[in-house]
Design a protein around this ligand. Structure first.
Ligand SMILES: *[C@@H]1O[C@H](CO)[C@@H](O)[C@H](O)[C@H]1NC(C)=O
Ligand SMILES: *[C@@H]1O[C@H](CO)[C@@H](O)[C@H](O)[C@H]1NC(C)=O
Length: 367
């Protein structure tokens, strides 16, 4: 009796210790321990697909109905997309998985998750890293083979307990988010300079996916800029904005950019320090990611009382234009906002929203 009680605790400590070691010596981005769920559970702790017991999923603690899934067609006619490796977990009604990781107090991080909905239209993934918590709606508007999302948080101590929870209650108790891969990235946010008042102006600091994601990383809406998964920027819209990397997309400058994937519902913003009545020059680039997104595009930018419209005709070749304007600040802080005027879908996948790319935003006072 004593042994069975002590054993899970001992194992939990062991897992936690090895997680610390792995995260200590890592590059800015890393999988969580068994972050792609490819480490198989002991067959004794699994009944059909259902995991039995709090420590049945290696390196994780589970609660409630959690299934261990092999991607592809399922009994019952469903298809579960598993893009990162072969295995995934599904969180049933009110189920959760958690892992304690080592972090640096005060540091900004993003969790990068391969997550898709499985049955209901309105599945939600509740992510918590106390004291922060947030609900991320899962939609399959963006790609057929599952989406990758990023969620930002700021560490408040040297350990953080990451919990992924399905707050939903569906008629079928197994229905819920499918988690395919979970990684973390530590941020080193760039500061504004005299030559450019914009923080992280070229999107060089962002949630770069370590897994083989070719669809970009969705930045869910309404995340506060203090904890943004895209440091310095606010995802202001109702729908997600997509972070794209140079490895998988055509990006005008450097390693990262954003794709405005949901028309006027997909805006990003930043508040910069300005001097009232001073005139500023704003320069930025608009293009396409060479991802099958064609058509007449338009990016609208707002600064103080001014609106700038930038038309761009995409033929899907990864071209871009650089434009510049002047605006006069009317307050000590100025909000810069960017969105796409139109909706677009990919020519190779009509279910996938796409749009114009925004990169390298420069603002400086005109002498
Ligand atoms: C990513 O893709 C490469 C090449 O297709 C493959 O060798 C590698 O194993 C993949 N990595 C993961 C984590 O799936
Ligand atoms: C803004 O600055 C850039 C770089 O110095 C310059 O090329 C451009 O002409 C300026 N734009 C305006 C509207 O003054």
């Amino acid at each position: 009796m004593v042994v069975t009680l002590v054993c899970p605790l001992f194992l939990a400590l062991l897992f936690a210790t090895s997680a610390f070691a792995a995260l200590q010596s890592r590059s800015p981005e890393a999988y969580l321990q068994n972050g792609n769920f490819e480490e198989l559970p002991n067959p004794r702790f699994i009944k059909k697909t259902k995991l039995i017991g709090k420590y049945s999923l290696p390196k994780w603690e589970i609660n409630g109905l959690v299934e261990y899934i092999t991607g592809g067609p399922q009994s019952g006619g469903m298809f579960f997309p598993v893009t990162h490796g072969v295995h995934a977990v599904r969180l049933g009604n009110e189920a959760s998985i958690s892992q304690t990781i080592k972090v640096k107090p005060g540091q900004l991080y993003a969790l990068i998750l391969g997550a898709s909905r499985t049955c209901a239209q309105d599945e939600v993934l509740r992510i918590s890293v106390p004291p922060q918590t947030g609900d991320v709606p899962l939609q399959t508007l963006y790609s057929l083979d599952g989406d990758v999302i990023a969620w930002g948080f700021k560490a408040t101590s040297n350990v953080a307990k990451v919990t992924l929870h399905n707050p939903g209650v569906q008629e079928d108790p197994t229905c819920g988010p499918l988690l395919d891969a979970i990684a973390i990235r530590e941020f080193y946010p760039p500061m504004p300079t005299r030559a450019n008042l914009v923080k992280n102006p070229s999107f060089e600091e962002g949630p770069f996916p370590i897994f083989n994601s070719t669809n970009g990383v969705l930045l869910p809406p309404q995340q506060q800029d203090r904890f943004s998964p895209l440091p310095g920027w606010i995802i202001e819209s109702l729908k997600a904005v997509k972070f794209i990397d140079a490895k998988h997309f055509n990006v005008p400058f450097g390693l990262g950019a954003v794709e405005l994937v949901a028309g006027r519902e997909s805006a990003i913003a930043q508040i910069i320090r300005t001097e009232t009545n001073k005139v500023y020059n704003i320069t930025f680039s608009v293009g396409d990611a060479k991802n099958g997104c064609h058509g007449s595009m338009m990016v609208e930018a707002f600064a103080a009382k001014d609106t700038f419209k930038v038309p761009f005709k995409s033929v899907g070749k990864g071209k871009f234009v650089t434009v510049s304007f002047k605006f006069k600040a009317i307050a000590p802080r100025t909000r810069l906002t960017f969105y796409s005027s139109y909706y677009h879908t990919r020519t190779d996948d009509f279910g996938s929203l796409c749009g114009p790319v925004l990169d390298r935003v420069i603002v400086f006072p005109v002498a």
